[in-house]
Ligand binder design. Sequence first.
Ligand SMILES: [Zn+2]
Length: 279
Amino acid sequence: MNPVTMTEIIDYSRRHTVGVGMFNIVNMEFARAIFDASQETGLPVMFGIPERFMRNFYSPDCMALICREMIKQAKAPMAIHLDHGKTFDGVMIALRAGFSSVMFDGSSLDYEENVKQTAEIVKIAHSFGVTVEGELGYVGRAGTDELTPDSFTRPDQAEDFVRRTGIDALAVAIGNQHGRYQGIPKLDFERLRAIRERIACGLVLHGGSGIGNEDFKEAIRYGINKINIYTAMDTAAKDFTRNSFGNYASYLDYTKDLTTVVRDVVLEHIKLFASAKTM
Ligand SMILES: [Zn+2]
């Protein structure tokens, strides 16, 4: 199989009334964990590679190659997605590396600049057959950014943004944040409903780790197609390493078990997202 774009992922989500998970990769074990979870369930999944990771840790060409090689053996559709592309150059690097989908996150720009830069990215990415996710409103980070309705996505502005940029999916801010929530987040479903009524493109929920199971399902029923998960995998890997690394005689055995631990987090989420239709 070849990597699919976000269009196929969104179509799948709509046909089955399910959410599709995008899981970020920090290394090859994480990539393997995501792939194994998809193979075990036959459910589609997106590999996510954030621009900040690819600048710090590894070459995007290398990670795209690893993902592409895995996808050749895949049973279900899989995409290679740039998560939180923040710069024009970062998005171009992802396009050259063969990503099948990109996010351009202009949410920290003023509105008109976000429209202008996102529209430019869409024009270029679409010419390569690559889909684009934009962000409107500001998702931010738990514990760092204040969560106020002022930073939430406005339905009327979302309609204008999608029309003027031509994006394939929109990341919304409806009470969700990145990182570790203090307490259980409260999502603004009425706002989500109003956004869904106004726009036809895919909808994405960032900051998935820590959202309650019923809220995930509710968000999918209200029109969320793609859900991003990273912190839950990071936490599981960190806790496993802290508690058990000293018990291993070999690094290889540790690595195998670490991959299983991360795979289980992915499995739990993709099964949950696939069960949204059932009340
Ligand atoms: Zn995000």
